[in-house]
Design a protein around this ligand. Structure first.
Ligand code: GDP
Ligand code: MG
Length: 597
């Protein structure tokens, strides 16, 4: 295929601005899908994604479109729209020459519009601004275009106005892609270099590797070499997603498609790797990407110890199709044998949990999530901490470091004060304020990730009645005065309840945590002391008095916020209790930490 008829692009947008709808509309108009399939939103094919209206995994689809008598091959590489998946956005963009920046005609520029647009600019892509939902009864198209110019720096004159839902202006989108996005460069007879930008596991064909050919040509039947580790593999099939998998004889420069080869497990495919031919290999690999780092961890324990292997199988299955989810066995005095699971962020964690809940019937106890910390030890070594329980004695720690996120909020002007207070309360460092127009502003803070992961998003939404949006990016670790806070129940440390807190906050949090626990744990036949301690020093204490005769069982109550609903959905009741010494601790108690932020 002559590269002059190829275009590779992504659609970047804030969540809910209509990316999936536009992608499907492009497929519909090109005849790749039927009206019925359009209604079913084919690009988001996982249940969880549909339920949450987000696209998690990057996908690729090839669209054939005839323009002025020529058939063009347009490769759309889908990107996820949420903060947790930044790394997937940049890996998808690396396979493109252009991007459509899609913006809701009423909501205007939001936090992820800015973040994703910047990512596209950094990747040197040609960007086409597309204002979507022009069919809405109330729109602010002109203001929205001004916002794009002010905060992102893209001129309004060539912006398109469309309705993805009603199919208005879609042919203009095709034309703009063909006109404004440059065709890929690359010679067909150069040594092969193809970028691996995704992979997935298919029950019938095994590992499917998504590639974008940069130069050279790959034929079916050839032997390829992965430049990362030099491993070789026979190519059984090459093809494109149209959107179903359609095999072809070869993929040339600029083309996007898949390889089915003898690779056995997804773990053998490294996103960002370069594929070349075993014979006549390329000399240098393409620039890859940084590996995503898990920033949020939690423990998952089966209530019934005999479910351990079953849980391992389930976690393994989930990790097969999501290389950014990790898990490793660990044991807890309080909870027995379980797994420490690593996620990119809180949303990622919720998605995995939801999948786990949908797919199996293991009763789980989950510990409160924590972020990754970095320690500089007195012996000069650094250590990453993914479980508060693993923090060594204070004497061995020279520096306690926590992850810092550069966080951008876009909020109505009247809420600026509230957001600034919220950030100040969370040890934020103010960076800047920039107005998008007369009514809205972008505020940037540096915040400890640990302070934002639990409830920042909920707080922002309630402070701005749903109008505020945020986006964050980890910029590194910074030294902070952090301590490990232990919880003792009846004089015994419960390891699964240990947390890491800022020293200045320790007493307040300790006090409210033991109060909270007092509510969660039922009375027993004896008195139970609940204590929070730093090292040997007790900083808070509550006493749960002994059960007297004729006292009816205590009801669990309390407020359940949006985030906890998911856990609350988990069957409550007797099964979700852990016997700890003489004391029964319910599942909810292990999440109490979340309620005392
Ligand atoms: P994504 O999160 O960016 O993928 O957004 P979706 O494509 O899932 O769309 C989010 C919501 O906006 C859905 O309810 C769509 O039906 C709706 N939507 C998308 N495009 C339009 C449009 O052009 N007009 C209107 N009125 N609604 C739209
Ligand atoms: Mg979507």
């Amino acid at each position: 295929m002559d590269t002059k008829y190829i275009r590779n692009f992504s659609i970047v947008a804030h969540i809910d601005h209509g990316k999936s709808t536009l992608a499907d509309q492009l497929l519909l108009l090109s005849g790749a899908i039927t009206q019925r399939e359009f209604k079913e939103q084919i690009l988001d094919d996982l249940d969880v994604e549909k339920e949450r209206g987000i696209t998690v995994k990057a996908r690729a689809v090839t669209i054939h479109y005839t323009h002025e008598g020529e058939v063009y091959e347009l490769n759309l590489i889908d990107t996820p729209g949420h903060v947790d998946f930044h790394y997937e956005v940049s890996r998808s963009l690396a396979a493109c020459e252009g991007a459509l920046l899609l913006i809701d005609a009423f909501q205007g520029v939001q936090a992820q519009s800015v973040a994703n647009a910047y990512a596209a600019i950094e990747a040197d892509l040609s960007i086409i601004t597309v204002v979507n939902k022009i069919d809405l009864p109330v729109t602010r198209i002109e203001e929205v275009l001004e916002e794009v110019e002010t905060i992102i720096g893209l001129p309004p004159d060539e912006a398109l106005r469309v309705s993805a839902k009603q199919g208005i202006g879609i042919h203009d989108v095709f034309k703009a892609i063909i006109k404004h996005i440059p065709p890929p460069a690359g010679l067909a007879d150069a040594p092969l270099r193809a970028l691996v930008f995704d992979s997935k596991y298919d029950n019938y064909r095994g590992v499917i590797t998504y590639i974008r050919v940069k130069e050279g040509t790959l034929h079916k039947g050839q032997t390829i070499k992965f430049m990362n580790d030099g491993s070789k593999s026979h190519v059984i099939e090459v093809g494109q997603f149209c959107p179903k998998m359609v095999s072809c004889d070869s993929l040339g420069p600029g083309q996007v498609g898949y390889i089915v080869s003898g690779v056995k497990t997804l773990g053998d495919i490294h996103v960002g790797d370069t594929v070349t031919l075993a014979e006549n290999p390329a000399e240098k690999a393409l620039p890859g990407y940084a590996k995503p780092q898990q920033m949020v961890f939690c423990g998952m324990y089966p209530i019934d110890a005999t479910d351990f292997e079953k849980l391992r199988d389930e976690l393994h299955k989930l990790s097969l199709n999501d290389a950014s989810f990790t898990f490793a066995p660990e044991s807890s005095d309080a909870l027995g044998f379980g797994f420490r699971c690593g996620f990119l962020g809180m949303l990622h964690m919720e998605i995995i949990q939801q999948r786990l809940e949908q797919e199996q019937e293991i009763d789980l106890i989950q510990t409160a999530p924590n972020v990754t910390y970095e320690l500089l030890l007195t012996n000069g070594q650094t250590q990453l901490i993914d479980n508060p329980e693993n923090v060594p004695d204070a004497g061995q720690i020279q520096e306690f470091r926590e992850p810092i996120a550069k966080t951008a909020f876009i909020v109505p002007g009247e809420n600026i004060g509230t957001i600034m207070q919220l950030c100040a309360d969370r040890r934020g460092i103010y960076k800047s304020t920039e107005y998008l127009g007369p009514l809205r502003a972008q505020i940037v803070y540096e915040l400890p990730l640990g302070e934002i992961v639990y409830d920042m998003h909920d707080r922002l939404k309630s402070a701005t009645r749903g109008y505020g949006t945020m986006d964050y990016e980890i910029i590194g670790f910074k030294e902070s005065d952090l301590v490990k806070m232990d919880i003792l129940v009846k004089g015994v440390k419960v390891d699964a309840l240990a947390t890491i807190v800022h020293r200045s906050e320790a007493e307040r949090r300790g006090r409210s945590l033991v109060k909270r626990l007092k509510k969660e744990i039922s009375k027993h036949q004896f008195e139970i002391a609940l204590q929070a301690a730093i090292g040997a020093r007790v900083i808070a204490r509550e006493t749960l008095s002994a059960l007297r005769k004729n006292v009816t069982a205590k009801c669990y109550g309390g407020d359940i916020t949006r985030k906890r609903k998911l856990w609350a959905k988990q069957k409550e009741g007797k099964k979700r209790m852990k016997q700890f010494g003489q004391v029964e601790i319910p599942q909810k108690a292990f999440l109490s930490v979340l309620d005392v932020a």
